[in-house]
Design a protein. Sequence first.
Length: 385
Amino acid sequence: MVIANHRGAIRPPQGRLRPYRVAMLAPPWIPIPPPGYGGIELVVSLLCEGLVRLGHDVTLFAAPGSRSSAMVREVLPRCHPDKIGHALYEVDHVARVLAALDQSADQGEPFDLLHDHCGFTAVALADRIALPVVHTLHGAFTADTSAFYSRYAENAWLVAISKAQRASAPPGTRITDVVPNPIEVSDWPYRSQKRDYVLWVGRFDDFKGAHRAIAAARRADVPLVLAGPIQPGQETYFRTEIAPHLDGEHVRYLGEVGGRRKQHLFANARALLMPIRWNEPFGMVMVEALACGTPVIAFPEGATIEIVQHELNGYLVEDEEAMAAAIADVDQLDPAACRQSVALRFNPEAVALGYEDVYRRATVQPPGWLLKGSAAARAGDVSVS
Ligand code: UDP
């Protein structure tokens, strides 16, 4: 049997007789796709579209109000955008999904795998879930999450979103593969004629470098626009490092932006500045800018070196001084090449193909817990001392 993709093209079955039946587990906080801020929700949304286009049978378990080409199953009665990370809602959400998976199996329609994007519950329980659990790592490794993944990594099929993120995994943590985040380029406006400003978009954490963007733009003598939320804990940094430079002309702050306004901000900018000093796990703002034909000037940290192709879609520079020099050169880059650089590598189908490969391995190989002998423990072969 073969699978026809959305363009009607026929592709090989990759060793399977039928498409995968995927249970996609989104977080409970915000609907899919997200109406505003919501990085994970956007990734899940585009991944579902990509998998469905490849012919897979995807059920999306998500917050109420979600829409997708996949079959949507709303789990909790309400969204909880103001309770992000609260264990009560995450556990309730995941437990209800696990019950639904059991019910499907009982009705003779079992899923092939659970693809988890929802916190930590499913990973911690993966050796008690009857399906292979594929888990996308959406955040940077911290001391706490490193300890968690070191303990539970063998139970699930962990997928990193960049090589840099994989390299920062704690020693011994099994990362199955690297699959980047998707972007639908046609959802973003393309502009070849740029305005005079450079742009910084992010959160006001020191390591995201808004203050370094100010220094570089001042040195290059070009206007800078800053956009992003001031999240709890970031007030002092904003007050001391950013606010004194805001003059409504050379350095402007627009607050948090979304929707069409955000898109046009990206599309009209001469360049996006990424003067980061941390191991960026992916950096969605870079692919969003590039989708609009806007080059990215970045420090070579984390995933920037996987997204920015030096002198093709941007520049990789060591410091603020070099960033200022690159701003002067950036108009030489071709906006069409910038857009093309993400259209080819990060489109939802390409990303879905990456996950298809992970699913193939997860469904044909025994998961880690079988190798460790947990199966025997589950069957009752447990000695009590
Ligand atoms: N974003 C937004 N409005 C803002 C600032 C940021 O919608 O005012 C979005 C931005 O477009 C991107 C995401 O927030 O999709 C930030 O993702 P990224 O991976 O760049 O950084 P993170 O904050 O996840 O480390």
